[in-house]
Ligand binder design. Structure first.
Ligand code: FPP
Length: 238
């Protein structure tokens, strides 16, 4: 791979697990199990090409509306995944953190989330965020309540950002990838997506592999980012 422009932070809306399973006549939850394999492929690939931050939308504040069995399955899947993968995260120097609410997740799942956060805190080859019971609006309102609790009367953008879930040193996502044909943000990372490049693919999340990721990165490399200004070549001539 040559010296093309790589994103520092890629976020994923992992859509289409249910459809993947349905097409095969399997229960929806099998799609989630298969989806975990895509998460692993993506982490390995990002580490290989040198992308330092990844964020995965695993469970939204709205996903509680799904059937009780599916919610329970997802919470158990996350716990089992963390249990199984902790030694691999440590071996491969992968730091894992979580964003989202922590007051509604089942105790055993939250215990594993916090254990993995603690134990991988010194890992530094890649930093993976998993959004669980996460909603962009919920994060902003929680942030505002923290500000009110501290008694602040006025904040600027940087101060406000420091009350949100992502540590301040984590850059906003450069690229958001959503699979399975939907073209929405679905309450994900609202504050941070201000200048994020969006990439949509019809591929279902369990089918999202290294080739698909590579295609998204190629597309990203061609984008001209202006952040409200002029493209770099026009700036020089103006
Ligand atoms: C969306 O597909 C997927 C989810 C709501 C869950 C994603 C969770 C995982 C891949 C597993 C846990 C994650 C980690 C990081 C271990 P959908 O069910 O909405 O699919 P559909 O739109 O086809 O029904």
């Amino acid at each position: 791979m040559s010296k093309r422009k790589l994103p520092l932070h890629v976020a994923f809306i992992m859509d289409g697990n249910g459809r993947w399973a349905k097409r095969r006549g399997l229960p929806r939850v099998k799609g989630h199990v298969e989806g975990v394999k895509s998460v692993e492929r993506v982490i390995d690939f990002a580490k290989k090409v040198g992308i330092p931050y990844l964020t995965f939308y695993a469970f939204s504040t709205e996903n509680w509306k799904r059937p009780k069995e599916e919610v329970q399955f997802l919470m158990e899947l996350l716990r089992e995944y963390l249990k199984e993968k902790l030694p691999i995260f440590l071996r491969d120097d992968i730091r894992v953190s979580f964003v989202g609410r922590r007051d509604r997740i089942p105790r055993e799942t939250i215990e594993w989330m916090e254990k993995v956060e603690r134990e991988t805190a010194k890992c530094s080859s890649i930093w993976v965020f998993v959004a669980v019971d996460y909603g962009g609006r919920d994060e902003i309102v929680r942030g505002i309540n923290k500000i009110l609790k501290e008694g602040l009367k006025k904040v600027d953008e940087n101060t406000f950002r420091s009350f949100l879930d992502f540590p301040p040193e984590v850059p906003d996502p450069d690229l958001l990838i959503r699979t399975a044909g939907e073209r929405r943000i679905s309450n994900f990372l609202l504050w941070y997506l201000a200048y994020t490049e969006l990439y949509f693919t019809d591929t279902l999340w369990p089918d999202f592999d290294e080739r698909e990721f590579e295609k998204a990165l190629e597309d990203y490399a061609k984008r001209v980012r202006k952040f409200g200004g002029l493209p770099p070549d026009e700036e020089e001539n103006s």
